[in-house]
Write a protein of this length. Structure first.
Length: 624
């Protein structure tokens, strides 16, 4: 059975050409998989392609508990034997208690153990669940507590000092103390084992001083736990040092904003977002969705033929302490997909060094483009960026994708290889180190994008739902008109609503009984599509005229008036604010289209669960 999230790694079980295999190693370079035919206990090397692996039948699984390379052959034989005994039960949906008892007798185990094996294999799909249970004291000290305390004291006082005594001399001190207490002295190897458990940084600090300790500190910007692909992602944004133009009239607009994500382990660029809008929760959310989803659709859209394989759910996303990174929408969306958010320490820029250096590298390339503003205005001299500006947002995005392509494939000075090769080595492994497997992929891409949209709660009235003085309605709302709060009959029930600020011609209404989203359009479908930023500009336009208590008809009448002014201004000036507003919105919508829900007023998205919503959320307070 294929799963919604596929994850292939050493230790998982797949079925290919009617044969059940347990993967032991994935070699990207040789394009082979070393796997065990579990029916015949034969190890084989299987040629594969990426698509063949991803489309193989994979039981539902979780992170492997054992590294197969550490399993000795005797234990593996036992695990295989147990699997063969239990396998008929796994294939039998109507198994009886008698069936369990027969297998338990053959396995010389209790029926409870057989049930546990069935449950473990069904939930993981790994033969390693049949391995003999490790000793509870494996790897733990088995000497008496008093002797352990004595060894720890002698190691601290004699070994971890500037005197730098060798372990053999420390052992003599241990022998002497044991004789005094009438205890049997442990073997020298036991002392050496305790010494090996000391962290290198602690060892260096106490024996050679603080300067020696620095050699064991993480390199600038590194973070513990970032040693496998997508274990840690860093995200940041910046205003790009270039002026872009309108695609029709080549009118200079302004500098775009770039949000970038980097995989710390491999240094590969994992995702991005580019737009004229100021950075906010929306841009960050789109960048996160971009780093999770496959990149082939983006590359195909711009006609770029390259490999950009990174995808999947990251373990941790590392952000700075900017306000837009602390929004509830972003936190809840990441929680929904099991992503941990961590924030950069105050006054500790080294914790964001990787993304900062990447931004600096990219900006140095931008300075070669027409219309660059440079990072320092003093460098401009007689150069006027607005006069030299030539690239549209779409052209710049294509240029950016090619820059990412070059960066990912260029050897990295710290890695000794290209980031893409480092990523593939981490995922597939090489001849020396097994890979962690292909990162999980979210199949419902549209639901993922929706989960990162700003959210709000509203009651349903006879006229539908009102938001920012605009009314939305569809027949699906009729069931919920005047509904009471389940927890208090005196209060109106409020429903979860999401809205893409780039196009507020519809909202997404979550039906709590059907567990799906419905697309709810303007009640007056003759109104044109409009963005939230344009709506705010309209409100300011009317406010400047002294108008208050606005209604929907007046809002859209003013919007039409402003569009008319902007169209006329295109002919007369290149500096019109309204021209820039119209063009920025057009480019943002063209480059980053909104929801793919375009068929009908009540197109829906099925969902299996609804994230817990905080009642303290402020609507769209992070958009700007």
């Amino acid at each position: 059975m294929k799963t919604l999230i596929q994850d292939i790694y050493p230790g998982c079980v797949i079925q290919k050409d009617g044969i059940t295999y347990c993967i032991r190693r994935i070699s990207r370079r040789r394009k082979t998989v070393t796997a065990i035919d579990v029916d015949n206990d034969v190890t084989k090397e299987i040629d594969f392609t990426f698509d063949q692996l991803v489309n193989a039948e994979i039981p539902r699984n979780s992170d492997p508990a054992y590294d197969l390379e550490e399993i000795n052959s005797a234990d593996w034989e036992i695990a295989l034997e147990r699997y063969h005994l239990v396998r008929p039960l796994l294939m039998k949906s109507n198994r009886t208690k008698q069936d369990i008892l027969v297998v338990a007798e053959m396995a010389e185990a209790s029926s409870a153990t057989i049930y546990r094996w069935i449950q473990l294999f069904s939930s993981t799909g790994r033969i390693s669940v049949f391995l003999r249970k490790r000793r509870s004291d494996d790897g733990k000290a088995r000497l008496g507590p008093e002797l352990e305390a004595l060894m720890a004291k002698i190691i601290t006082e004699k070994l971890l000092t500037a005197q730098k005594l060798q372990p053999t001399k420390v052992y003599r001190e241990l022998e002497s103390s044991c004789r005094e207490n009438g205890w049997m002295t442990p073997h020298l190897n036991t002392l050496r084992e305790r010494i090996r458990r000391i962290a290198p940084i602690t060892y260096a600090k106490h024996r050679r001083g603080k300067n020696a300790e620095l050699a064991f500190q993480p390199i600038r910007g590194s973070i513990p736990g970032a040693d496998t692909p997508y274990s840690l992602i860093q995200i940041d944004h910046t205003a790009v040092d270039v002026i872009l133009v309108d695609s029709v009239h080549r009118v200079p607009l302004k500098r775009p904003w770039l949000t970038l994500a980097i995989d710390v382990a491999s240094r590969i660029v994992a995702g991005y977002y580019i737009a004229f809008d100021s950075p906010g929760t929306l841009g960050t959310g789109i960048c996160v969705a971009n780093l999770i989803l496959p990149k082939e659709p983006i590359l195909a859209k711009f006609g770029i033929d390259t490999s950009w394989p990174c995808q999947g759910i990251p373990g941790v996303i590392h952000l700075d302490n900017a306000r837009e990174f602390h929004g509830n929408t972003l936190k809840m969306a990441c929680n929904e997909y099991g992503i941990e958010l961590k924030y950069r320490k105050i006054k500790a820029p080294q914790y964001g060094a990787h993304i900062e250096r990447l931004m600096g590298t990219f900006m140095s390339e931008v300075h070669a483009l027409p219309g660059t503003t440079f990072s320092n205005p003093k460098l401009l001299g007689d150069y006027v960026p607005e006069k030299e500006a030539a690239m549209t947002l779409a052209e710049f995005e294509k240029w950016l994708l090619n820059l990412i392509r070059a960066y990912n494939h260029r050897p990295h000075s710290e890695l000794g290889m290209a980031p893409i090769q480092k990523y593939l080595n981490g995922a597939y492994g090489d001849d020396d180190t097994p890979g962690v497997g292909i990162s999980p992929v979210i199949q419902d891409a549209e639901r993922l994008r929706i989960d990162f949209l700003p959210l709000e709660r509203r009651s349903v009235q006879p006229y539908g739902i009102q938001l920012d003085n605009i009314f939305y309605y569809a027949d699906i709302l009729q069931r919920w008109i005047g509904a009471s709060d389940p927890e208090s009959m005196r209060k109106k029930r409020k429903f979860l609503i999401r809205r893409d600020p780039r196009d507020i011609s519809y909202i997404l209404f979550y039906d709590p009984e059907l567990y799906r989203y419905f697309r709810i359009p303007f009640r007056n479908t003759s109104h044109p599509s409009i963005s939230l930023w344009e709506l705010r500009a309209v409100n300011k336009f009317l406010s400047d005229q002294g108008k208050k208590d606005l209604d929907e008809d007046e809002i859209f009448a003013a919007y039409a008036q402003m569009r008319n002014i902007a169209d006329k201004a295109k002919v007369s000036t290149k500096k019109s604010k309204l021209v820039r507003m119209a063009n920025e919105r057009k480019h943002s919508m063209a480059t980053h289209p909104t929801s793919m829900l375009t068929q009908g007023a009540t197109a829906n998205l099925e969902t299996t669960s609804l994230p817990i919503i905080s009642r303290e959320i402020l609507p769209f307070d992070e958009v700007e």
